[in-house]
Structures are given as structure tokens and as C-alpha cells.
Ligand binder design. Structure first.
Ligand SMILES: O=C(CO)[C@H](O)COP(=O)(O)O
Length: 155
């Protein structure tokens, strides 16, 4: 898909990967806009912990300000849990190629998360490149399953 608006964010444990992946996304012709919600290296910004990063990213997607989010923390788990608290958001941590693919094609996840303490940087970069290339097919057999979740949440 071209023209994606992607939120990128992290807590302090994921900020190194966030910085590198932000540059990768900005250089990717398939990405229309990269929105960096921090944290930034300024010390005071490090007070923003993973719940705020995940919630902010989820809210931005929910409000139509972005299409997807790529988030980092130590494990990828905390930011995924937080983003999933926003109604209508489907977020998952994934550190392998197949799971990244299925997060879009099976689950229509808007949010991919990774753990800087879990996955190597070059694999994270490769997975993000792959992730950008997938588009959910609303006519697929997976769509009805995702719809069950949307119906449950009412959005
Ligand atoms: O990985 C994290 C949350 O899932 C976070 O980066 C570290 O959290 P902590 O172990 O509670 O410090």
C-alpha cells in the first residue's frame, strides 16, 4: 500500500530502535507521513512510559490521524497492551516474518510492536519493511473473523 501515515513511538527502552526505524520509514516511498510521538532523548520526555505511548498511538489511529503505528518498548508487550485498550485498535507484538504478515492479512492489525530487548535491529528493520507492504483484504475469509471483534466493540 502506498501513502501510509504511520505513527512511530517508544518508551525509553525502545528509543534507539525507534530512532532508526523512523529514518527508515521517512526514506520509504510507500510511506506518506511519519508522526513521531516520542519518547525523545530529552530527559523529561523519558517520564512518558509505555502506557502513554501505546494509548496515544491508538487514539491517533482511532481519530483518523494515522493509518498504522509502529511502537517499541523493552519487549513490545507493554505498548501492545496499551494500544489495545483503545476501542477499535488491534495491536500485536511480532518478531518473525510470518507473524508480521498475518498481523495484517489475518487480523488487520493497525499496530505492530517490537521489543528492543528481544529482536535484533536488522531483523526489526526487515520486518518493518515487510509490514509496510501488506494490505488487509476485506474480501478475504479472515474479514468475518475480524468483524466479530469490531461488532463486539461497536466500532
Ligand atoms: O517492555 C516494557 C513493557 O512491556 C518496558 O519497556 C519495560 O517495562 P518494565 O519492565 O516495567 O520497566
Amino acid at each position: 500500500m502506498s501513502g501510509l501515515r504511520i505513527v512511530i513511538g517508544s518508551d525509553e527502552a525502545g528509543v534507539d530502535y525507534k530512532e532508526t526505524l523512523r529514518k527508515d520509514l521517512e526514506a520509504d516511498a510507500r510511506v506518506a507521513e511519519v508522526i513521531d510521538i516520542g519518547v525523545h532523548r530529552a530527559a523529561e520526555d523519558f517520564a512518558r512510559r509505555y502506557p502513554y505511548v501505546g494509548l496515544t498511538a491508538g487514539q491517533m489511529i482511532s481519530e483518523g490521524k494515522a493509518d498504522r503505528a509502529l511502537l517499541f518498548c523493552g519487549t513490545g508487550i507493554g505498548v501492545a497492551i496499551a494500544a489495545n485498550k483503545v476501542p477499535g485498535i488491534r495491536a500485536t507484538a511480532a518478531h518473525d516474518s510470518f507473524s508480521v504478515e498475518r498481523s495484517i492479512l489475518s487480523n488487520n492489525c493497525q499496530v505492530l510492536t517490537m521489543g528492543q530487548r528481544v529482536v535484533g535491529l536488522e531483523l526489526a528493520r526487515r520486518l518493518a519493511r515487510e509490514w509496510i507492504g501488506y494490505t488487509f483484504d476485506p474480501a478475504s475469509a479472515s474479514a468475518a473473523k475480524v468483524q466479530v471483534l469490531s461488532d463486539y466493540e461497536g466500532c
